[in-house]
Design a protein around this ligand. Sequence first.
Ligand code: UD2
Ligand code: MN
Length: 358
Amino acid sequence: MGFAKGRYLLMFLCVQLVVMALLYREGYRKRMSYFFGILYKGGAPSAAGTAVGAHLNSSQPGDVYANLSRILKPSHGAQELPKCPKTSPLLGGPFRVTFPATLTMDDIVKKNPYVTEGGRYRPPDCISSHKTAVIIPHRNREVHLKYLLYYMHPFLQRQQLNYGIYIIHQAGNYTFNRAKLLNVGFKEAMKEEDWDCMFFHDVDLIPEDDRNIYTCDKFPKHASIAMDKFLYKLPYKSYFGGVSALTPEQYMKMNGFPNNYWGWGGEDDDIAVRVALGGMLISRPSVLHGRYKMIKHGHDKGNEQNPKRFNLLAKTRRTWKQDGMNSLEYNLLAKEHLPLYTNITVDIGFDNMPKRPS
Ligand code: UD2
Ligand code: MN
């Protein structure tokens, strides 16, 4: 009896010892990476940065630009480039997302030497089989845009995609219309290039894990399924707001997005209904990968809650075939190929516009 008791005690102590040793090692590694973080970055990693994705693997999420030094400089010989591998070797999983106040557009240009005019990129060391356009509706959110570009460029380069970034800027002060701007973005981007996948992207959503691959799926994809603002959970099953991705075929199958949602809200649910009416399902990435941080903001002037949104939503089934890509009208004011993105400035009119005589 006494002997057995002693043996259990000894075993218990051994287990304790092993657990303590493991905990100690973990702590040591964290302290070391913190120390190196300071060395490399010239400052302490922010509190927000250290928490993100820390549970995914035991190492700290790193710098989104870290792996890009491994992109090989194009050599001048006329040798043919190989096809990019199925899974990019540049992926690093979770990365740190912070918002340094001193960041400038010029810093971002310098950090992205392979990005060409209009915010275009193709891997210099291999042939990618993906062509993704990122379409961003925008007005008066310059600071958010700066941070999004800072993260979006290296994020997409790590995925070895051919890509282009389009900012669709609503001109004037009339009520904002996110979905109509996305329709304009689709149309204008397709005029430039035969994109095989369109990512419709809020300006204030920063991805946190590069395994959230920006290519299209068999069905329209809702990518922003785990956002900090919803405690990294989907708020409801048919939720389609934030970031979504469709092939041109999927987009046309549902007649694009609605043009008649002026102001905040409802258009994302309308789009989800259109996906179903087009006979499609919603595809989603893993909840571990589709993680985003939303830059904190209040309500914008000119994007007040749309009081008609519930009425409109109740009618989608009857209206989707008449309203969408096939009824899209707008006035293109400017198209500029800037260093980090293509800027499309558009007059999309206002609610209850008199119909043009046809
Ligand atoms: C939610 C959805 C968003 C959309 C919206 C309702 C999330 C993360 N996103 O966003 O996809 O369905 O509700 O319309 O849940 N914008 C400007 N300037 C403005 C107003 C809006 O650039 O003055 C753009 C910008 O890209 C912004 C997006 O429109 O990210 C959505 O507007 P929001 O961020 O004010 O709305 P939010 O966060 O409630
Ligand atoms: Mn937002």
